[in-house]
Design a protein around this ligand. Structure first.
Ligand code: PSV
Ligand code: MN
Length: 424
């Protein structure tokens, strides 16, 4: 399925007049919209290769039809998203789910779709067929050195795949931990994990980063060896300057103040990457902004404030990625909604009156501080986000165009109804 320039301009034509009215209104109401537009145009959110199929629960998987059958088709799917929104210009691969059969061809295909390779993800949370040693009792924390060595070698192999593709970072998420009290010596598990991570770190190319992703629970339910941002920060600090903490929005205990975590990690120069999703209970992996959009805005508010305080480049200095799964929605529609939610929250954070907020904080004027934040949050910035898309060659309303052009129907025709994409 191809979406060409004619499709895009025909679709935009129908909405242009209305859009112009909306954009003119917000442009008059808001300071320096041009600067906001520039930042939105630059901002790209990577799409994970494992989120293009229907999947996600431990109990069942209901394939929606037309799922990508291989890495080439996954790249094509992300290419379609990027054509529509011009904000999904990167793909994040999970190995071994997505080992490229022919690296040069995969690289060329991605480039053809305007995509670059974001962080590479290793997998020592499952046993693969033919794998010599099991990860049942952990990987990098394992009591048996040989298991740890196998996990180290897998991560180094992932780095090598990434180097060939032009990726610049490795995300390590370990499900290591314990299910019952007494099962683990916490200190030994930490030290084994640190030693293993050190060996992977030593294999990083000079210009690479390592992201240490934490998660409070699941699949282990008593302890997790990289269980929270403090532990991740400890590993990252001990590893060195190329190691950072990665925040996945779904990986906290209920009601954790993620915006405060983000602020302090940025202060320490140790926030490296981000996995966006939303949740009500645990690691629900729901569409970004679908359950707690105000929290998303508050997180973006700290991201913008913290990045500006360190003169960081919003688009390039952190790894931005969606990490969601899709049980009942079309995965591509869901991803379009997620990217839109991210762009909206980012735009709202960009229009926060920083001077007024800081003055209110200094005076302890709690009411004024809340007003500043909520003024931005309650501003309808959708026309600014749409204008950014228009200027980058995308469509005004990605979801509507996806449906108008019958993208899913085309994919089903091309690939069939019974295809199942790799992932969880
Ligand atoms: C774990 O829950 C996680 O968030 C990690 O990022 C994994 O790589 C990903 O989900 C895929 O299951
Ligand atoms: Mn994640």
């Amino acid at each position: 399925m191809q979406i060409d320039k004619t499709n895009i301009s025909e679709q935009n034509q129908q909405l242009l007049k209305k859009h112009q009215q909306r954009f003119d209104f917000i442009n008059n109401e808001t300071d320096d919209v041009e600067a906001v537009l520039q930042k939105l145009i630059e901002f790209q959110v990577a799409i994970p290769s494992w989120a293009l199929g229907t999947g996600g629960t431990r109990f069942a998987r209901f394939s929606g039809g037309g799922e990508p059958r291989n890495l080439e088709e996954k790249i094509e799917d992300i290419g379609l998203l990027h054509k529509l929104n011009q904000s999904s210009g990167a793909i994040s691969l999970h190995i071994p789910w997505d080992i490229p059969r022919n690296t040069a061809n995969i690289k060329a295909l991605a480039a053809q779709h305007g995509l670059v390779f974001d962080a590479m993800n290793s997998n020592t949370f499952q046993d693969q067929s033919g794998q010599e040693l099991s990860y049942k009792f952990g990987s990098m924390q394992h009591t048996d050195k040989a298991v740890r060595q196998q996990a180290i070698e897998h991560n180094i192999e992932v780095i090598r795949h990434g180097e060939a593709l032009g990726s610049k970072s490795l995300t390590v998420w370990l499900s290591d931990g314990s299910c019952f009290p007494g099962q683990l010596n916490f200190r030994k598990a930490f030290q084994n994990t640190l030693d293993s991570l050190k060996q992977v770190y030593a294999a990083l190319p000079q210009d690479w980063k390592m992201f240490v992703e934490y998660k409070a629970f699941e699949p282990n339910f008593y302890s997790t060896t990289v269980g929270d941002w403090g532990q991740s920060f400890l590993y990252a600090s001990k590893l060195g300057e190329k190691a950072y903490t990665l925040v996945d929005l779904g990986h906290h205990l209920p009601n954790a103040n993620i915006e405060q975590i983000v602020s302090l990690l940025l202060m320490e120069g140790k926030l490296g990457g981000f996995h966006f999703n939303d949740s009500k209970y645990g690691d629900d992996d729901l569409t970004v902004g679908s359950v707690k959009p105000y929290q998303l805005f508050l997180i973006f508010n700290e991201l913008v404030e913290g990045m500006d305080a360190r003169a960081m480049n919003h688009a390039g200095d952190l790894g931005w990625m969606i990490d969601a799964s899709h049980n009942v929605k079309d995965p591509l529609e869901d991803l379009l909604q997620s990217v839109e939610a991210i762009m909206i929250s980012y735009a709202q954070a960009l229009i926060v009156d920083r001077k007024e907020l800081s003055d209110a904080q200094q005076r302890n004027d709690v009411v004024a501080a809340q007003e500043v934040l909520q003024k931005a949050y309650r501003t309808d910035v959708r026309a600014i986000v749409a204008e950014a898309r228009l200027r980058s060659g995308g469509v005004l309303n990605p979801l509507q165009v996806f449906r108008n052009l019958k993208v899913r129907e085309h994919l089903i025709k091309e690939r069939g109804t019974k295809t199942v994409a790799t992932g969880l």
